[in-house]
Design a protein around this ligand. Sequence first.
Ligand SMILES: [Fe+2]
Length: 199
Amino acid sequence: MSFTLPDLPYAYDSLQPYMSKETLEYHHDKHHMAYVTNGNNLLKGAEWEGKALEEIVKGSFGKNAGLFNNAGQHYNHVHFWNWMKPNGGGKIPGALEKAIIDGCGSIDKMKEDFIQAGVTQFGSGWCWLAVQNGKVVITKTANGESPLVHGATPILGCDVWEHSYYIDYRNRRPDYVKAFIENMVNWEYVAKMYDAASK
Ligand SMILES: [Fe+2]
């Protein structure tokens, strides 16, 4: 199985004012496309050729940096497009809301800690909600890594690489991560990943 670039699940201009058409055109069409192209080139002849994406990500971590970086970023971005939606934010589905309160203290505390994780990730990377040992936790990772390679299952991630926010927010990463967690999240998709991770 080779990597393919999925279509955005909404129109390029539909996340405005929080994320512009220009950002999505660059981020999806150029940056994600490059991970797909480079990943496919590096996968050729590698021992993980033909494996499922999650297996490639986990298997190449620590063993084949070039492949891991591209496969990891492909995995992260496939979900990132679905972690957002037009008119996002709002009510968190019941079972997930309960699990977040249980793991993070409260919904407000989860948002505060998620923003803090995104802001304090030095350089490029991601901040996350993940399920680890049955609990919802907040983490951050560098570059193309995700909780997947640190013994947890990601259920929500925010891309804090500059390519995700510099056109719209310049250097104001805190404003971007706040807008993401308050106004952009597709909580139904997060709930779906939480349900799958909890089985
Ligand atoms: Fe990105």
